[in-house]
Design a binder for this molecule. Structure first.
Ligand SMILES: *Cc1c(COP(=O)(O)O)cnc(C)c1O
Length: 348
């Protein structure tokens, strides 16, 4: 059993903060007949002349319903990138605390650690791309505040075993961040349904992948109310703009459309996976729970260049831990996948 206390985790300066409160925070709910002369806005209608709702109430209410949780367990940010940065700034004391990441994985965890002057302790995944529990538990010390689990993992595409995540949740007094950017493409369930069981569980998601809205920048964070309250204290008041709130609300109100696109991408992923078995230069394709496939080829640098010359941009992951000579293919449309397969088969 863990001995979890949010007060032991929050940075002392953050614990002391009062959240910035705009007048609009207090009066938004009271209706449109109010005269708003409080925020030095321009009164002439442009559709966006007013500041956005700092708590994104309409959007959160819809997301709360979709996920069967309360809106007070949700924080929204300018992409997951902002959500992750807020976590660092709320819980990690620069020059003192550390986090644990599990390469090969999403690069932003390390970038944000470096920006915030937080030590990033790396514990490589095992050969089958699962968390190495013994090594992680050995690496934790009194200043370890967060462990980042990306599941399904980028760039490997696999989900982490449930029992491994459980064991970490049950043995770590800091925050376990599960980045579920690709969860909608996965056969695994989201951990959101387990939020009530673990006070140290934080889940991040995004509208950038399965929802097809990378351009609006919307990141989601789900956690116990005590954690969300801390993040709310330090987020910029208007971090999610009005256009983003409007477009996101529109999109999540059209889940039939979103789900049809996800199903289509999952089909195309399977088509690509099968086709790759017949490409001479491909040595191995890794099964994927995401909208991309990692493949091992004979010579990643050479094949990357050749595909570029054929007008196809992919990601070369050869310098990542455990990923020598690998390329990552994002699943595109049927036509794009056909083009990729044809190009791969033509490589000399
Ligand atoms: C793409 C991706 C994200 C998305 O980040 P946004 O800032 O929300 O666009 C988050 N995590 C992982 C692992 C990703 O691959």
């Amino acid at each position: 059993m863990i001995n979890f206390n949010i007060n032991n985790l929050v940075r002392p300066n953050v614990a002391k903060l009062q959240p910035y409160s705009s007048a609009r925070d207090e009066f938004k709910a009271t209706g449109s007949e109010m005269v708003f002369l409080d925020a030095n806005e321009n009164p002439f209608q442009t559709d966006v002349n007013r500041y956005p709702d700092p708590q994104q109430r309409s959007l959160k209410s819809e997301l709360a319903k979709m996920n069967s949780i309360g809106p007070e367990s949700i924080l929204l940010g300018n992409g997951s990138d902002e959500v992750l940065d807020l976590l660092y700034r709320a819980f990690c004391e620069p020059g003192q605390d550390n986090v644990i990441t599990l390469p090969p994985t999403y690069g932003m965890y390390k970038v944000l650690a470096d920006i915030n002057n937080i030590e990033n302790r790396e514990v490589q995944l095992s050969k089958d791309f699962q968390p190495n529990l013994q090594e992680i538990l050995r690496t934790i010390d009194a200043n370890t505040k967060m462990i980042f689990l990306c599941s399904p993992n980028n760039p490997t595409g696999n989900a982490f075993a449930e029992e491994k995540i459980l064991e970490l949740l049950e043995n770590f007094n800091g925050l376990i961040i599960i980045d579920e950017a690709y969860i909608d493409f996965s056969s695994e369930e989201s951990w959101i349904s387990k939020l009530n069981d673990f006070p140290n569980l934080v889940i991040t998601q995004t509208l950038s992948k399965a929802y097809g809205m990378a351009g609006i920048r919307l990141g989601l964070c789900f956690a116990a109310q005590e954690i969300i309250q801390v993040l709310n204290k330090i987020k910029p008041p208007y971090n999610v703009n009005a256009l983003t709130q409007e477009r996101a609300l529109n999109r999540v109100s059209n889940m039939d459309e979103v789900n049809a696109e996800i199903a289509d991408l999952v089909d195309q992923r399977d088509v690509l996976y099968k086709a790759l078995l017949e490409v001479r230069t491909v040595k191995k394709s890794y099964p994927s729970n995401a909208n991309f496939i990692l493949v091992k080829v004979d010579d990643a640098n050479k094949r990357y260049q050749q595909l570029l010359e054929k007008g196809i941009v992919i990601r070369n992951r050869t310098t990542q831990a455990l990923c020598e000579n690998t390329l990552r293919f994002t699943v595109g449309t049927k036509e794009e996948i056909e083009k990729l397969i044809k190009a791969l088969k033509s490589l000399e």
